[in-house]
Design a protein around this ligand. Structure first.
Ligand code: HEM
Length: 416
C-alpha cells in the first residue's frame, strides 16, 4: 500500500497561501520525507523536494507541462500557451529560439547595457535625498531589456512599462486586486509588444538580427509557419519581463551586503570569482520562485508512492535550495560554499533544473547572472547609507521582497 504521508484536511489551498515558501518545507520536515500528498484546489497533489526529486521531475517520460499551469497564472505571469506550457519536440524547437539569444557576446552586451543605464540613473541621484533601490533597479533593467531586445521605449514610458512587467510577476501567489493588477498589466504590455512585432514584420521598424524582437518576429515553428502576432508578443515578453524581475535579486544582494558588511571587502576587490559565488549564493539563499508544477504523463511508482496519470506534482524550489543534505548550514548566507560546488544540474535550482535545451530550465539563467554582476559592480562603486527601515521579507507572500524595497541615502560615487 501507498504509505506516502498525507496532509490531513479537505483542502490546503488556503494553507498554501498562508504558509507561502514554507508550505512544502514545513511538511517534508514534519513527515521526514521527500514527498507527501495534499489537496489543493480540489485535486490530490504530490509535493516533492530535494535533488533526487528534481532529477525525477525533469524526466520528460514521466512529466508534462501541458495542463499544469493554471489559467490564472497564464493570464498574468506567463502569457497564454507560451513556452512554459509546451512539451516534446515543439518545446525543444521553441527553446532553441530562446537559447539562441544567449551567446557570449550578447550576454556581455546585456551586462554593458545594465551598467550604462545604472550610470544614467545615478546621475539624477545627487538631487535626491533618498532612493528606493528596487524601484530604480526595475527601471534600469527595463531600459536595458528593451534596448538589448530591440524594443524601442520612450523615456517617458519607462516607469509605466517597468511597473507592468513587475505587476505580472507580482500576481503569482495573488488572489483579488493583485491578481487583477497583473492581468491589466499583461493586457497593456501585450498590446504594446504586438504593435512592435507588427512594425518589425512590415519593415516600419528595424530590429537587428541578433535581438529578441527580430527573433520572435521571424521565428518559424516546426511546420515552417511564423508565430501568430499574439504568440510572438507573448514570447518577446517572456524575455523582457524576467529581465526586469532581476531587480528582486539586486535588492536581495544589497540586503545581503547590508547584513554582512564584512563581505564587502572581498566584493570590492573586483575579484570575478568571488562576485560569481556571491551571485550564486543570493540566488540560492533568497526566496523567489517557490515551486514548479507539472502533470504526470504516464503513471509510475517512485519512493513507494503512486504517481497517477494526470496528477499534479509540485517540486519545491525554495526547500531544495535550503536542503541540508545538499547545503551545509543552509540558512547561513555564505558565498564561499560555491568554491567547491560541482555545478550540479539539480541542486541549485532557483531557475529550475536539468538541461537548458531539453528541459524547461530557465534560458535566462546566464543573463540573470550577468545583469546581477554588472549591478553589483556598479553598487560597489557607490558610497551610501542605509537608514532605519523595515527590511524584513515575508516568507508567506509570493513573490517576496524586503518590505521597504531597500532605501538608500547619501548616495554618491566613491571617486567623487
Ligand atoms: C523559466 C526563474 C530570469 C526567461 C523559468 C523557470 C524558473 C525561472 C523557476 C521555470 C523552470 C521550469 O519550469 O522548469 C527565473 C528567475 C529569474 C529568471 C528567478 C531571475 C529574475 C529570466 C530571464 C529570462 C527568462 C532573464 C530571459 C531573458 C525564461 C523563460 C522560461 C523561464 C522563457 C520558460 C522556459 C521553458 O519553459 O522552457 N525561469 N528566471 N528568465 N525563464 Fe526564467
Amino acid at each position: 500500500a501507498d504509505k506516502t504521508p498525507r496532509d490531513k484536511g479537505l483542502d490546503h489551498s488556503l494553507t498554501l497561501l498562508f504558509e507561502g515558501y514554507q508550505f512544502i518545507p514545513k511538511r517534508t520536515a514534519r513527515f521526514g520525507t521527500d514527498l507527501f500528498q495534499t489537496r489543493l484546489l480540489g485535486e490530490n497533489v504530490i509535493c516533492i523536494t530535494g535533488q533526487e526529486a528534481a532529477k525525477m521531475f525533469y524526466d520528460k517520460e514521466r512529466f508534462q507541462r501541458d495542463g499544469a499551469a493554471p489559467k490564472r497564472i497564464q493570464k498574468t505571469l506567463f502569457g497564454e500557451n507560451g513556452i512554459q506550457t509546451m512539451d516534446g519536440s515543439p518545446h525543444e524547437h521553441r527553446k532553441h529560439l530562446f537559447m539562441s539569444l544567449m551567446t557570449a557576446p550578447r550576454l556581455k552586451k546585456l551586462g554593458e547595457l545594465t551598467h550604462k543605464y545604472w550610470e544614467q540613473k545615478a546621475s539624477k541621484w545627487r538631487k535626491k535625498d533618498k532612493i528606493v533601490l528596487f524601484d530604480e533597479a526595475q527601471e534600469v533593467l527595463c531600459q536595458a531589456a528593451c534596448e538589448w531586445s530591440g524594443v524601442p521605449i520612450k523615456k517617458t514610458e519607462v516607469t509605466q512599462r517597468a511597473a507592468d512587467f513587475s505587476n505580472m510577476v507580482d500576481a503569482f501567489g495573488a488572489v483579488g486586486p493583485r491578481h487583477w493588477r497583473g492581468r491589466k498589466a499583461r493586457a497593456r504590455a501585450e498590446k504594446w509588444i504586438r504593435q512592435v512585432i507588427r512594425k518589425i514584420r512590415s519593415g516600419k521598424l528595424e530590429a537587428e538580427e541578433e535581438t529578441a524582437a527580430y527573433a520572435m518576429a521571424f521565428h518559424k515553428d516546426m511546420e515552417g509557419k511564423p508565430l501568430d502576432i499574439r504568440m510572438a508578443a507573448i514570447e518577446l515578453i517572456n524575455v523582457l519581463r524576467p529581465i526586469v524581475a532581476i531587480a528582486t535579486y539586486i535588492t536581495f544582494s544589497a540586503l545581503a551586503l547590508h547584513k554582512r558588511p564584512e563581505l564587502r571587502d572581498e566584493l570590492e576587490d573586483g575579484n570575478d570569482d568571488y562576485i560569481q559565488m556571491f551571485v550564486q549564493e543570493v540566488r540560492r539563499y533568497y526566496p523567489f520562485g517557490p515551486f514548479l508544477g507539472a502533470r504526470v504523463r504516464r503513471g509510475f511508482i517512485w519512493n513507494h508512492c503512486h504517481f497517477n496519470e494526470g496528477q499534479l506534482v509540485l517540486l519545491d524550489i525554495y526547500g531544495t535550495n535550503h536542503d541540508s543534505r545538499l547545503w551545509e548550514n543552509p540558512n547561513t548566507f555564505s558565498p564561499k560554499r560555491f568554491k567547491n560546488w560541482n555545478g550540479g544540474l539539480y541542486d541549485l535550482i532557483p531557475q529550475g533544473g536539468g538541461n537548458y535545451y531539453k528541459n524547461h530550465r530557465c534560458p535566462g539563467e546566464w543573463a540573470t547572472i550577468e545583469a546581477m554582476k554588472a549591478s553589483l559592480n556598479f553598487l560597489n562603486q557607490l558610497d551610501y547609507k542605509v537608514p532605519k527601515q523595515n527590511l524584513h521579507y515575508s516568507l508567506v507572500r509570493m513573490p517576496t521582497l524586503p518590505n521597504s524595497r531597500f532605501i538608500m541615502t547619501n548616495v554618491k560615487s566613491k571617486e567623487a
